[in-house]
Design a binder for this molecule. Structure first.
Ligand SMILES: Cc1cc2nc3c(=O)[nH]c(=O)nc-3n(C[C@H](O)[C@H](O)[C@H](O)COP(=O)(O)OP(=O)(O)OC[C@H]3O[C@@H](n4cnc5c(N)ncnc54)[C@H](O)[C@@H]3O)c2cc1C
Length: 409
């Protein structure tokens, strides 16, 4: 998120403005971004989330051109080596959500209609149509499903992060600073951030003070830690999500062109680029979804989740291929989970005039990061909310006006 905000701010602010992305290198391996499944879809229930996805799709597809456009605006010479690098491979395999009751099938139909109205290419499919396209799929208990032939799929999160960072750093006017924001310093009226105290999470030294004119909190699941020193907070917590990489060499397995499939049980899977390999996961039930307060717990994995919940659902849905499979690795990451309504919080913190927040994406922040960065840049420069993002304004929390997203995976 931080690099997308920096990139879009760079396009919007005067050339003299300096932008610094602050994050500790020691935490790079724990970033939700690199631990994510990389999924990209327009199948959301809230129109603004669909708009955000479409903006992201365009951004990923045109990524290679961003550097060229930037250079055309400035006096920078073409950097051919960098332009070769600046490409994001996207597998547009589609997304399939399955509905197993007449009510959920009706909801899918209504959502597809809304998504298509906004420009998505989602299609509603009968069990027979699903089976014709995906012969490995068991549709015995299925009422309807969705399919898409383009615009949905997945990217490699590492590649996206590395290339966006490279793009930002070569652009000029964007710096990177290793460090952790320990707390913010407000001015006497407590309506502006005057500066930030920055230290290292591993080196024992006094924090250094950095004055700021503008501060955007993009600290993901630990955004509240950055608000230390202020009276402010957001309802965002670290919620653990497990990903299992599995291998099945069965002949009629879904294969490399399989969509990201979301079973009615909530279990999802999608292919990896390595042969016969898939990743899979499921969100825990609400009563088994505690908050976490530091990254050290990410090392604790839960194999029972795979055996008790995921594998039975995979076997049920793809019985001929997923009866025998092997877990080849697993990892956990934190969702930046908005406990209020599982949607992004984007905009000025209420009562503040130079402190913005961009967090709480609850499982869809990777694909929405281009749009979120763009919206922040528009807010900062007085252009107002864009892409329907008024819905994500922070004021809705105090007003107790949640906008619940039904499409959380
Ligand atoms: C298992 C899993 C699967 C997911 N799958 C998908 C998916 O398929 N599609 C999708 O769109 N999204 C997905 N997500 C969600 C997505 O990864 C996140 O919403 C998104 O990456 C959030 O980006 P971020 O930059 O806010 O957070 P992060 O990537 O976590 O970055 C936050 C940054 O803030 C820094 N930071 C934290 N505290 C401080 C501090 N005090 N001072 C300075 N820096 C600080 C961290 O070091 C880090 O660099 C998934 C997440 C997980 C965990």
């Amino acid at each position: 998120m931080g690099w997308s905000v920096a990139w879009h701010l760079r396009q919007a602010l005067p050339a003299a403005a300096r932008i610094t992305v602050v994050a500790p290198e020691e935490w790079n391996q724990y970033k939700s971004t690199v631990l994510s499944a990389g999924g990209l879809r327009q199948q959301f229930s809230i129109p603004a989330n669909v708009e955000f996805s479409l903006f992201g799709l365009d951004f990923f597809r045109n990524f290679a051109n961003l550097d060229r456009q930037q250079r055309a605006r400035t006096t920078l010479q073409p950097d051919h080596a960098l332009q070769d690098l600046l490409h994001i491979k996207m597998r547009e395999n589609g997304y399939t959500f399955l509905a197993s009751t007449p009510e959920s099938a009706q909801t899918l139909a209504e959502l597809v209609e809304m998504q298509c109205r906004l420009g998505a290419a989602t299609q509603l499919a009968t069990p027979t149509q699903l089976r014709a396209r995906y012969p490995w799929l068991c549709v015995d208990d299925i009422e309807a499903g969705t399919m898409s032939y383009s615009g949905e799929g997945f990217i490699d999160p590492w590649e996206y992060l590395a290339n966006l960072r490279a793009l930002c750093l070569q652009t000029g006017g964007i710096d990177q600073r290793q460090g952790r924001v320990d707390r913010l310093e407000l001015d006497a009226r407590r309506t502006s951030v005057a500066g930030a105290w920055i230290s290292s999470p591993t080196v024992d030294a006094d924090p250094a003070y950095e004055p700021v004119d503008l501060f955007i909190n993009c600290a993901g699941c630990f955004s509240n830690d950055v608000f230390k020193g202020t009276h402010l907070s957001v309802p965002v917590r670290a919620r653990k999500r497990y990903v299992f990489a599995i291998r099945s060499s069965a002949q009629n397995a879904p294969g490399i062109n399989s969509p990201l499939l979301v079973d009615p049980s909530g279990v999802y899977f999608r292919p990896e680029l390595a042969p016969n390999t898939y990743i899979t996961g499921v969100s825990p039930k609400a009563d088994a979804d505690p908050d976490y307060s530091d990254f050290s717990t990410l090392a604790e994995l839960e194999d029972s989740l795979f055996h008790d919940q995921i594998w039975p659902a995979l076997y049920n849905r793809v019985p001929d291929a997923f009866d025998a499979l092997r877990v080849i690795s697993s990892w956990a990451g934190f969702y930046d989970y908005n406990t209020f309504d599982q949607n992004a919080l984007i905009g000025l913190m209420p009562g503040m005039d130079n402190l913005y927040v961009c967090t709480g994406f609850s499982g869809h922040g990777l694909q929405h990061s281009p749009a979120a960065g763009y919206v922040i840049s528009q807010l900062v420069t007085g252009q107002g909310h864009k892409l329907g993002s008024e819905a994500f304004a922070v004021e809705r929390v105090a007003a107790n006006a949640p906008i619940l997203e039904a499409g959380i995976v």
